[in-house]
Design a protein around this ligand. Structure first.
Ligand code: LLP
Length: 404
């Protein structure tokens, strides 16, 4: 779909996040259809893009939600995700978060350690309820992705080893206040190969089989998120091959299949629109200074991540490499390095592509920069879904303490 970036910049200002909701629909349906004929829940990983309207859009299609804080659980509930499709994961949960999650009646809490399981048991006992849980297993698989987003090896803080998981299931089965109904793993993010997923599925499916021998019946088999997307020229996993691999590994089990895609759903729906402030030449090095920065889109600075950057108006002039940098006082503040761009003038617009996941959600107020507005494009019509943050919004929680 053609997006009128120039009109949007005039109407809403820059920098700006824009999401094509029709793209999100297409991504959700492609995955849902790939699991056709199976009991399945597509639990959207809210952390990727937690705007209420984005979650609501997915809720209307029947998606579930994978949440990693009670704040995300509240967002999911508020946006209309059915409570019986919400799961609460995360490597360290506070007591108040566990209590609220249990009281809200969500599908299950994903347990990440033995100590956490006992904590959940204690809180459930106080509430006099049975906590539905799943255990996050760490299958010790190399996901072959960026080390910061790889989580399936034993040197990672996530999940527990298979033997420990087994002991935890036996403990939970014998507890009056725990009901182990699920099993979970997530080996990493931006996975472009199926083999690690197949291996992890096989290992965890074996564990489910061995649990059923001792009368522990796992009903939800959750493979986490991680489907890689195309930022550049990656060849990545198709939804059909992904689903087929999982279905094949679990064909002897009677389980509801769950997955937790985040990036796959929203990354390529999103555009970060930024305006050129100035050009500058330092010796031989060309810099294009824009009004968007690392506080708005952190991925390039944090991971050296690549986002395709292009001018809104294609100029028929010779392109030369330039670093696209923001106004934040850090040398690491860049959106792109050696980007081939024509000569640009103040006011020209640049689009940073694939910015719909881990873009706005990782943004901050560093340098007292307000967070951007967010816009949805639905059937070609633009709608604001989050106002631009003002200076007043930023100081609201400090102001009354001035001059103490
Ligand atoms: N489930 C669990 C348990 C996760 O830890 C994650 C992501 C997901 C699902 C969703 O993964 P996805 O389908 O989006 O790959 N900020 C990084 C990504 C961090 C991902 C953390 N966990 C980035 O910008 O690349």
């Amino acid at each position: 779909m053609r997006i009128e970036f120039k009109t949007l910049a005039k109407k809403y200002g820059t920098p700006l996040y824009i999401y094509d909701f029709n793209y999100i629909t297409q991504q959700y349906l492609s995955l849902k259809e790939a699991f056709d004929g199976q009991k399945s829940i597509i639990a959207y990983a809210v952390k990727a893009n937690s705007n209420l309207s984005v979650i609501n859009h997915l809720a209307k299609m029947g998606a579930g939600a994978d949440c990693v804080s009670i704040g995300e659980v509240r967002r999911a509930l508020k946006s209309g995700i059915k409570k019986y499709k919400i799961i609460f994961s995360g490597v360290g949960k506070r007591d108040d978060e566990i209590k609220e999650a249990l009281e809200s009646g969500i599908l299950f809490i994903n347990i990440e350690s033995e100590a956490e399981m006992k904590r959940v048991e204690m809180i459930a006992k106080k509430l006099d309820i049975e906590a539905r849980i799943s255990v996050r297993v760490n299958p010790n698989i190399d996901a072959k992705t960026h080390p910061y987003i790889s989580t399936g090896l034993h040197n990672s803080k996530f999940g527990v080893e298979i033997d420990m998981a087994k002991r935890m299931y036996i403990y939970a089965k014998n507890s009056k206040n725990l009901n182990p109904i699920g099993i979970h793993f997530h080996i990493g993010s931006q996975l472009t190969e199926l083999e690690p997923i197949r291996e992890a599925c096989d290992i965890v499916a074996d564990l489910v089989k061995s649990l059923s021998v001792i009368k522990i019946d796992i009903k939800f088999f959750d493979i986490g998120g991680g489907i890689g997307i195309k930022y550049d020229d990656e060849i990545t996993i198709t939804p059909k091959d992904y689903a087929d691999t999982i279905i094949e590994s679990t064909k002897k089990l009677d389980v509801t299949l769950m997955c937790e895609p985040g990036r796959y759903m929203t990354a390529n729906s999103g555009y970060f629109l930024t305006k050129v402030l100035y050009e500058k030449q330092n010796g031989k090095h060309r810099f294009v200074m824009v009004d968007g920065a690392m506080n708005d889109l952190l991925r390039p600075s944090l991971y050296g991540a690549y986002h395709f950057i292009e001018p809104v108006e294609s100029k028929d002039l010779e392109k030369t490499p330039a670093d696209v940098v923001g106004p934040v006082c850090e040398s690491g503040d860049f959106l792109g390095k050696a980007v081939e761009l024509p000569p640009l003038e103040s006011g020209d617009l640049l689009i940073v592509n694939s910015a719909g996941a881990y873009g706005f959600t990782m943004s901050s107020n560093y340098n007292t920069r307000g967070r951007t507005a967010e816009i949805a494009i639905i059937d070609g019509v633009d709608k604001i879904i989050r106002d631009r943050e003002t200076f007043e919004d930023q100081i609201r929680l400090e102001e009354s303490y001035l001059n103490i």
